[in-house]
Ligand binder design. Structure first.
Ligand code: NAD
Ligand code: UDP
Length: 316
């Protein structure tokens, strides 16, 4: 692999998505600086990269200022699972908002391009379905999920104000539910929960009546979208939805995981968490057109790979 000569910063690089992104950037020849405070990320995620001559790890909290030489910044640092981001909500908002301000200030100082990992949560519990980028969302500003939803919305505002006020080249990407190897066994997200429960033979916990829907994107597809978004022409800012529009109910997901894992587990019902969105599916017309991107990994194929990962991890 020829070095690209480009130095790329990934905040949250030791997390689930960030570590896969670091892998891909190293593969394409970039010098990669991974910045992470290990709040939810782990050294295990980046273990294969430690010692690589073009990979550097800096343990740092992005709520504090940072000055490094970089050409590209992927701002992914933020806990993403509801269990994690609700554990210390004030810290979550601080990471979203102060973290964005620090990374934007760095990008401006260094003349770097910067991409924000935003989220489908900016649409809240949507009345428009599927969600196009033009939809402003329906978000509870004072609920348990607000630290994340409103934190991410404020980060988007900061990105666009830096763009308008200082001409900063920005890319805002709204990521829909993504799954794959290196999700954490205990972070409470539905795909990892169901797989771990199925492999252990434990009850599979379906919240509410299981009719709420999500649309799941395999991590390799998602990383392809982040790379493509960063390299779009300077005039393209987004926001752009990235995700897999194949939508299914949580009951269907539970049944699919049980079938693919060959598990004897039972499905049991638990209360629906407050403000849990009833439906979610990305409209990805803009991603198709502006990024030349669309997902290629089916749910069955992605779940098989993820189940294989957890089998090894759990020795199940
Ligand atoms: P993750 O929790 O696995 O990774 C987040 C990483 O950020 C971790 O390594 C954590 O240690 C680090 N981090 C958190 N706060 C930090 C801080 N203040 N300073 C430095 N590092 C910090 O989550 P993920 O699933 O990899 O998500 C990555 C990004 O993508 C997040 O910004 C999330 O909001 C966004 N996103 C993810 C999904 C998804 O389905 N995975 C969906 C929408 C948006
Ligand atoms: N969910 C579930 N059982 C679980 C974990 C989650 O039924 O063990 C549901 C949850 O209520 C939500 C969906 O699965 O409707 C997705 O939850 P997740 O936390 O993965 O992501 P988000 O709510 O942020 O989309």
């Amino acid at each position: 692999m020829q070095p690209s000569g480009q130095r790329t910063l990934v905040t949250g690089g030791a997390g689930f998505l960030g570590s896969h992104l670091c892998d891909a950037l190293i593969r394409r020849g970039d010098d990669v600086l991974c910045v992470d405070n290990f709040h939810t990320g782990t050294r295990d995620n980046i273990a294969p990269l430690l010692g690589h001559p073009r990979f550097e790890l800096l343990q740092h909290d992005i709520t504090l200022p940072l000055d490094v030489e970089v050409d590209r910044i992927f701002n992914l640092a933020c806990p993403a699972s509801p269990v994690h981001y609700q554990h210390d909500p004030v810290r979550t908002t601080r990471t979203c908002v102060h973290g964005a301000m620090n990374m934007l200030a760095l990008a401006e100082r260094r003349g770097a391009r910067i991409l924000q990992a935003s989220t489908s949560e900016v649409y809240g519990d949507p009345e428009v379905h599927p969600q196009p980028e033009s939809y402003w969302g329906r978000v509870n500003p004072i609920g348990l999920r607000s630290c994340y939803n409103e934190g991410k919305r404020c980060a988007e505002t900061l990105f666009f104000d830096y763009h308008r006020q200082y001409g900063l080249p920005i890319k805002v990407v709204r990521i829909f539910n993504t799954y794959g190897p290196r999700m954490y066994a205990d972070d409470g997200r539905v795909v990892s929960n169901f797989i771990v429960q199925a492999l252990r033979g434990d009850d599979v916990t379906l919240y509410g009546d299981g009719s709420q829907t999500r649309s799941f994107c395999y991590v390799d597809d998602l990383v392809g979208a982040l790379l493509a978004a960063m390299e779009t022409p300077a005039g393209f800012t987004g926001p752009v939805n990235v995700g897999n529009p194949a939508e299914l109910s949580m009951r269907e997901l539970a049944e699919c995981v049980l079938r693919l894992s060959g598990s004897p587990s039972r499905i049991v019902h638990r209360p629906l968490p407050p403000d849990d969105p009833k439906v979610r599916r990305p409209d990805i017309d803009l991603a198709r057109q502006a990024l030349g991107w669309q997902p290629t990994v089916s749910l069955d194929e992605g779940l098989r790979k993820t189940i294989a990962y957890f089998r090894l991890l759990l020795n199940a």
